[in-house]
Design a protein around this ligand. Structure first.
Ligand SMILES: [Zn+2]
Length: 286
């Protein structure tokens, strides 16, 4: 063997080693190394906005993309580097802190299915999103998405189709998702308002983890809603802002019903892993 060939083999071995280590690290992050029947949910720290990634047995789902391109770094950190496709992307409502990051994702990933609230909204970011997703499905109560092994996403809101509708406040048309896997329940109400929360109370079970509505604003997380759902853990995705989010009244209200409160700005990226029983929650700095 020539020296040159030896060097080539050496480089190749180094590359294989690197790929193996990266894969192991990523498997650990995605939780898949633990067991094949695990459901992994990330509530990312993407500043002031929502971005939630579900890595399930039968698919990957991204719910909103936050306000910037930062979502790309987060996805790279938790997805294998060869994986350039996402099964379902959901835009809960057209506000910039939910849709802007999705545009970066849609430009770079192959996305099989897109769910939208159907509402009209006149911003450049949302117009671009609509251009990128000509075949998006308007979803409402009753729609479900099968994630395998009995895990599923259930649409609780909007109650009826909002296709081409103009609401006074687009937050009120937020796609609200209940994620269930065995005994595990996770509620993702986007920016749903208190009045709309009241309309789905009869469909809400006890919730293990609540993604707190609208960055912990006073417009979400009504006391009745919290008393019915009694979340064990409440995660507030929030960044620097001029709105006073999260409201100290809401943080207190969450604690008063017994929830442990996590904030992405103070705690970081939140990972929830479930095997169908009590979920395990850990904090990362991706
Ligand atoms: Zn909003």
């Amino acid at each position: 063997m020539t020296k040159k060939l030896n060097k080539k083999i050496g480089s190749l071995l180094l590359l294989i080693f690197f790929v193996a280590i990266t894969t192991l690290l990523q498997q650990n992050l995605s939780g898949k190394a633990l067991a094949d029947d695990r459901l992994v949910v990330w509530i990312f720290d993407v500043g002031q906005g929502d971005a939630i990634f579900i890595d399930a047995l039968d698919g990957q789902v991204l719910i909103d993309g936050g306000p910037s391109a930062e979502i790309l770094e987060k996805l790279s950190a938790v997805m294998p580097f060869w994986d350039r496709s996402i099964d379902l992307v959901v835009n809960t409502h057209p506000h910039a802190d939910h849709v802007t990051g999705l545009n970066y994702v849609l430009e770079r990933y192959e996305v099989e299915e897109v769910w939208v609230s159907g509402q009209e909204y006149g911003t450049e970011a949302f117009a671009y999103f609509e251009k990128l997703t000509p075949n998006a499905d308007t979803v409402f109560q009753g729609e479900t998405y099968d994630l395998g092994e009995g895990a599923k996403l259930i649409v609780l809101w909007p109650k009826t189709s909002l296709n081409n509708m103009l609401l006074d406040d687009v937050n009120d048309g937020s796609i609200t998702l209940l994620l269930t896997y065995g005994e595990t329940t996770i509620l993702l109400p986007a920016d749903l308002g208190i009045e709309q929360e009241a309309e789905i109370l009869d469909q809400l079970p006890h919730i293990d983890v609540l993604k707190v509505g609208h960055q912990g604003s006073m417009t979400s997380s009504g006391l009745d809603f919290l008393k019915v759902t009694t979340p064990d853990v409440a995660v507030i995705p929030v960044g620097e802002n001029d709105y006073g989010h999260p409201s100290s009244i809401i943080v207190e209200r969450l604690r008063s019903i017994g929830a442990a409160v996590l904030r992405t700005d103070l705690d970081g990226d939140v990972r929830i892993v479930s095997d169908g029983h009590e979920p395990e929650i850990r904090i990362f700095d991706l």
